[in-house]
Design a binder for this molecule. Structure first.
Ligand code: OOG
Ligand code: MG
Length: 262
């Protein structure tokens, strides 16, 4: 399918997802895909899933929050994407590889919001006050572009590679955790892979969310009470294949483990 406008971009990305195949960058096919247009594609793609598949919006995710990823993409604040109910994977469930193209797993700090957050001018202190609980999370990303090769508008249009996520059961009040110092160690099949702290998320995950909320306000959007927020990968994402187990040990949010089907 040749992409030349918003509707064809939406259909192409949905088709790649349902047929489990990746594609080339849309930006190389359609020069009209700038960043504002990419957010339109993202919201129409989400709208199509809600309308056609009975899906529902349950939150917001931040992406590209690390300094390294931001430098690579030439940005200085997070991108945002939409979390859908169909992305939820219960803790302990096997990762269904037959639904995925090229999955990777990243540890994240997850907020359950108890207050609405609406920009502009939201501060990190206001974000902290709006959080109900903080949880450990695994996001399973799955780019619809070959080898995760994309320009910024491509990945925004693709709902930031969203596929599935797991939220840990243990929830800690924001006042009882140092988000910047929270530490995670990731291992794959028992071997150490990465470690990081919350500082990897835009210096401070609460600051990352403040920046994101203020950008959402420019598009007339906000974060509602009760929503989930995935604040962005703390480490690089780890590829997961048949039978692999990826584990995360957080310093105060407990542990998570995710095993893929064979
Ligand atoms: C984009 C996904 C971004 C994160 O946490 O940074 C994201 C990608 O790297 O494919 O979820
Ligand atoms: Mg992520």
């Amino acid at each position: 399918m040749t992409v030349s406008d918003v509707p064809s971009a939406v259909e192409s990305l949905l088709e790649c997802e349902s047929e489990r195949r990746s594609r080339g960058r849309i930006t190389e096919e359609w020069s009209g895909l700038d960043l504002p247009t990419a957010y339109t594609v993202q919201s129409e793609l989400v709208g199509a899933k809600v309308l056609r598949q009975g899906d529902s919006v349950i939150g917001t995710k931040l992406g590209l929050t690390s300094e390294a990823k931001q430098r690579r993409m030439g940005i200085s604040s997070p991108l945002t994407a939409v979390l859908l109910k169909s992305y939820v994977l219960e803790p302990g469930a096997l990762l269904p590889l037959d639904r995925l193209i090229q999955p990777r797993v990243e540890p994240e700090l997850v907020f359950v919001m108890r207050k609405k957050l609406q920009g502009p001018d939201v501060t990190a202190a206001e974000v902290l006050d709006a959080i109900g609980s903080v949880h450990a999370g695994f996001e399973v990303i799955d780019s619809r572009y070959h080898d995760y090769s994309f320009a910024l508008p491509d990945v925004v249009a693709d709902n930031a590679s969203s596929a599935l996520f797991v939220v840990g059961e243990l929830g800690v009040p924001a006042a009882n955790i140092d988000l910047v110092a929270e530490h995670v160690t990731i291992s794959k099949n028992g071997e150490f892979v990465y470690e990081a702290t919350g500082a990897a998320v835009q210096g401070n995950p609460a600051h990352a969310l403040a920046l994101a909320v203020n950008e959402l306000a420019q598009r007339g959007q906000y974060i509602n009470a009760g929503e989930l927020v995935l604040t962005g990968g703390m480490t690089d994402a780890v590829p997961i294949g048949p039978g692999d187990t990826i584990s995360a040990v957080f310093s105060s949010l407990g542990s998570l483990s995710l095993t893929a089907t064979t």
